[in-house]
Design a protein around this ligand. Sequence first.
Ligand SMILES: Cc1ncc(C[n+]2csc(CCOP(=O)(O)OP(=O)(O)O)c2C)c(N)n1
Ligand SMILES: [Mg+2]
Length: 451
Amino acid sequence: MANWVRISSRSIGNHIRKRMNQGFIGSAVDINKSSGSSSALHGGRTVCDRNRRYLNSLPWNRATLFWFQRFKSTVAEKQQDSFLSSDTDDDQLSLDFPGGKVSYTSDMNFISESSQTRVPCYRVLDDDGELIKDTDFQQVSKEAAVKMYSKMVNLQIMDTIFYEAQRQGRISFYLTSAGEEAINIASAAALTEQDIILPQYREPGVLLWRGFTLQEFADQCFGNKADYGKGRQMPIHYGSKKHNFFTISSPIATQLPQAAGIAYSLKMDNKKACVVSYIGDGGTSEGDFHAGLNFAAVMEAPVIFFCRNNGWAISTNVWEQFRSDGIVVKGRAYGIRSIRVDGNDALAVYTAVSAAREMAVNEQRPILIEALTYRVGHHSTSDDSTKYRQSDEIVYWKNARNPVNRFRNWVQSNGWWSDQQETQLRSSVRKQVIISLIGLDIHNLHFFSDT
Ligand SMILES: Cc1ncc(C[n+]2csc(CCOP(=O)(O)OP(=O)(O)O)c2C)c(N)n1
Ligand SMILES: [Mg+2]
């Protein structure tokens, strides 16, 4: 046993030394080579720039490199909480503890269970889809914006028709992404195809964005011979090796420790890619959430943990799920840089994921994103959400805070979209979805929904 520990710690040490010699770990903290696209943000005020200034002010050398890299993620924003002490060089006043000095205090203060104010939510578009003045955001080209909007509509229509197919008894189960279309599509649009996705289950739009066809979705839900899982999985458990999208697994949160491990392998192979792992607010109560985040932080793995906080975990609302200020505050506890974003604002999601990806890949670190949104549909076809939540609440989120309409308003206000294109798109997608079902030789198809 002792021998094994000696050998394995020697090989980990060798790995670190090898990476340092290759400049790999060095490049992760290379203050001169920071992320390329940061200047693309309006105003150029980015986390990376602020970090670079902070790094420049520090005395550092190669010997302190590894130590420094382990802790830099906690200094990103330099937010001073009242309970935090200022740095001191006086050894009498501080405890030289493994991992860094801790200053002493004579005041016996418990850290408050909550801060005075909640972490704000980053957004770019107001509720009507108008650009908020002086906001930092990543510009999107006309082509990209139109593609993003079209894919959101694709997702909406696929959901409506597949949901009805389940109600008609043609498939055993279905689960919609209604209300979370912006999260699905805008996060996918900000990534490259080399980035590896580990989904929870309410993110089929990521696969749709990457080119998984409507027929492939239908084949999986019907569990026919064209389904890659050969019908062994429940409907909606999609997966595609070709699209770097791991197969969905029913036990929630198991994907998080796996994501940290896969990201660490990307790091060891010196790949310019990251892992993106999605999780719901309910999933964060699983032990695997802790394991995944802690592992990723310690190993400095390039992974984005994307939490869709949609207010509900089946019938359990967030207040009954946790008493923290959502999920975003948990990042700091693990030493992970984090942001809260409006999940119903496609431009905000796109910008946040672009910046997170840049930091994850260029600085080799995990990032946590909490996107605030709302599950407009029932949890699944096995659920009736009106039994545990107010209809008014659902209607409010469905209409007043609709992410698809909001993004459409912005695209249309740029002169990139018209009512005529809208009608054409909806009727063409509807036909394509129905064709994907006709191909399965299903008879007496009737879909009446106004999609
Ligand atoms: C390990 C595990 N525990 C419990 C369940 C049952 N379960 C399925 S979905 C779900 C709620 C998940 O809620 P959330 O993570 O918020 O995702 P959402 O459905 O809101 O998108 C639960 C508890 C499960 N699938 N796996
Ligand atoms: Mg949820």
